[in-house]
Design a protein around this ligand. Structure first.
Ligand SMILES: Cc1cc2nc3c(=O)[nH]c(=O)nc-3n(C[C@H](O)[C@H](O)[C@H](O)COP(=O)(O)OP(=O)(O)OC[C@H]3O[C@@H](n4cnc5c(N)ncnc54)[C@H](O)[C@@H]3O)c2cc1C
Ligand SMILES: *[C@@H]1O[C@H](CO)[C@@H](O)[C@H](O)[C@H]1NC(C)=O
Length: 500
């Protein structure tokens, strides 16, 4: 095979999402004379713009989708290859792309992201939302929809049920409360009224990182033109990169107005079976009858025994790392969630192969205040750290795990509220050995502090609390807060003064 090698690179990075692009930038800055290749399936790449360090670890940024040529102009020694990786030969340090070319590398970083778990394979009427194309497909289907069933309880489901208008939404969550990935029952209780209230006008600027795109068509409803088709038709691995925050901005998520916005939540249940209307007719005897005269294209039987007819189902039940093309013939250690296991240098179990972003699982010994979540910010941090480690290894320099992995932090927005999550915000892994302090002003703010042994180990801040920087500090300092007691959340005391 060696005689078929097209080109040899010092570094090859696979994937044009935030992790891959950040890794490429880091390598190109760090070692400007090195030959770097970015191999990516999609035409567009994602870049971080307007990066803002909010506090020591808290960060905010916008993301822009750009043609990959922008990167090549910036880094003369970078080559972008538009093709999907088909096979990886870790022993011989070669990758083969779908267009039949073979490239050799010294060090490789896999940043191929993840894709949504679907409820059932090969089912019509089930949509997963992942990239711009799938978000537009969702929007298109929604214009014909009277009722949809949303399954899942993470960030995407939360946004979706809030944003959809003019269509009835049945929301099936497997937990006792909505948004379990991010919130406890108290925060869910704070947010629930937003589902029936009228949404505020969108005049105020959105404070969260914004998803922007250069493609003027991308934000509006459109039928796919032929060039879009050719791009979509290129095979199952050729999916674009994952959308990030505000993926729905600019997309009007409107149904047929059959119902005004009506969300009903079905708690503690999952999907048992999905029937098409034909299957429903053909097996009338076995299938439970929904109590409605309207006929629907598809029916969902939930594990709580209820059946709902709907126009389609949105599956937002988490993601599966895109590892397939890399596994065959290799010996990657995989984590339970299917990700490539990486150590504190973002190195996988295969020699000279690194991984970053949604595709990997962080398997170093975590700081007690950090956990991996497949989020935008972590994709950037991991891509950056991987690039630094790869360069350092070539230069025989030592490198330590970056400070950003000390404390979990995330800024986002749910139901039009600013949301800041810090550390063990849901008391993850603390057993029953913790205390909670709460401050709750209906419709305005929700503040929760998680204390362990008198020290703050996590917090949830919903609304304009202005507490994020102080709390981040208190958590990082591991200061004993016992003497302050509930004053910590007393709105009449400016706690910043306390700790100056
Ligand atoms: C609808 C939606 C909403 C989200 N909202 C938020 C949010 O509000 N906040 C937040 O922090 N996170 C959010 N996320 C998660 C966030 O988007 C991801 O964590 C992040 O984008 C992961 O980045 P990545 O670079 O690891 O992977 P991706 O962005 O998925 O990029 C993967 C890249 O690899 C390429 N690729 C894949 N396979 C191959 C192959 N075989 N060969 C070559 N190239 C390949 C793809 O084309 C793509 O360019 C959301 C995700 C979705 C889907
Ligand atoms: C590209 O690499 C060559 C040598 O490999 C080096 O001389 C040149 O300076 C590099 N270009 C940039 C912009 O750093």
């Amino acid at each position: 095979m060696a005689d078929k090698i097209c080109k040899t690179f010092k570094f090859i990075v696979v994937g044009g999402g935030i992790a891959g692009v950040t890794c490429v930038e880091q390598l190109s800055y760090g070692l400007p004379s090195a030959d770097v290749a970015l191999i990516t399936a999609g035409l567009q790449i994602k870049t971080v713009i307007n990066y803002k360090q909010v506090a020591k670890v808290l960060e905010e940024f916008d993301v822009e989708e750009k043609p990959a040529s922008v990167l090549e102009e910036k880094f003369p020694n970078l080559t972008v290859i538009h093709s999907a990786v088909k096979t990886l030969y870790t022993q011989s340090h070669l990758v083969e792309t779908a267009d039949g070319n073979i490239y050799s590398y010294e060090k490789l970083c896999i940043c191929s992201g993840a894709r949504p778990k679907l409820l059932t394979q090969d089912r019509p009427f089930v949509l997963g939302i992942r990239d711009t194309d799938s978000a537009q497909e969702f929007q298109k289907q929604l214009t014909q929809a009277r009722r949809i069933v949303v399954v899942g309880n993470g960030g995407i489901a939360l946004e979706l049920v809030y944003e959809v208008e003019g269509c009835e939404v049945i929301w099936a969550v497997k937990d006792k409360a909505i948004g379990n990935t991010f919130f406890d029952a108290g925060a869910a209780h704070f947010l629930i009224p937003s589902l029936s209230a009228d949404k505020p006008e969108r005049a105020a600027p959105c404070r969260r990182a914004r998803y922007t795109t250069d493609d003027p068509k991308a934000g509006e409803l459109q039928t796919f033109t032929s060039d879009r088709h050719s791009r979509r038709g290129a095979g199952p691995t050729e999916s674009g990169s994952a959308l990030g925050p505000d993926w729905h901005q600019g997309l009007v998520l409107k149904g047929t107005e059959w119902a005004s916005r009506r969300v009903s939540v079905e708690y503690q249940c999952e999907v048992e079976t999905i029937f098409t209307s034909e299957e429903m007719l053909n097996s009338q005897s076995q299938t439970p009858k929904p109590d409605t005269e309207v006929t629907w294209p598809v029916y969902v039987l939930l594990t709580n025994g209820k059946t709902f007819g709907c126009d389609f189902i949105v599956s937002a039940t988490g993601v599966t790392p895109n590892t397939e093309p890399f596994l065959h013939g290799n010996n990657f250690a995989l984590a339970e969630d299917g990700g490539l296991r990486v150590d504190d240098h973002m190195a996988t179990s295969e020699p000279d192969v690194y991984a970053a972003g949604d595709v990997c699982t962080a398997c170093w010994e975590h700081s007690p205040l950090w956990q991996q979540m497949r989020l935008w910010t972590q994709a950037r941090q991991m891509g950056w750290h991987a690039g630094r480690c790869m360069a350092a290894c070539v230069l025989s320099e030592a490198i330590e795990l970056d400070f950003c992995f000390e404390l979990f932090s995330h800024i986002t927005q749910f139901f039009n509220y600013k949301v800041v999550l810090l550390g063990k915000f849901n008391a993850q892994g603390l057993g029953s050995d913790y205390e909670l302090l709460l401050r709750y002003t209906k419709g305005q703010e929700y503040v929760k502090v998680v204390l362990q042994g008198g020290r703050m180990v996590g917090a949830v801040l919903i609304g304009e609390t202005d507490l994020e920087e102080t709390f981040e500090n208190l958590i990082l300092n591991r200061m004993d807060l016992t003497q302050y007691g509930e004053d910590l959340l007393n709105p009449n005391i400016d706690i910043e003064d306390y700790f100056d």
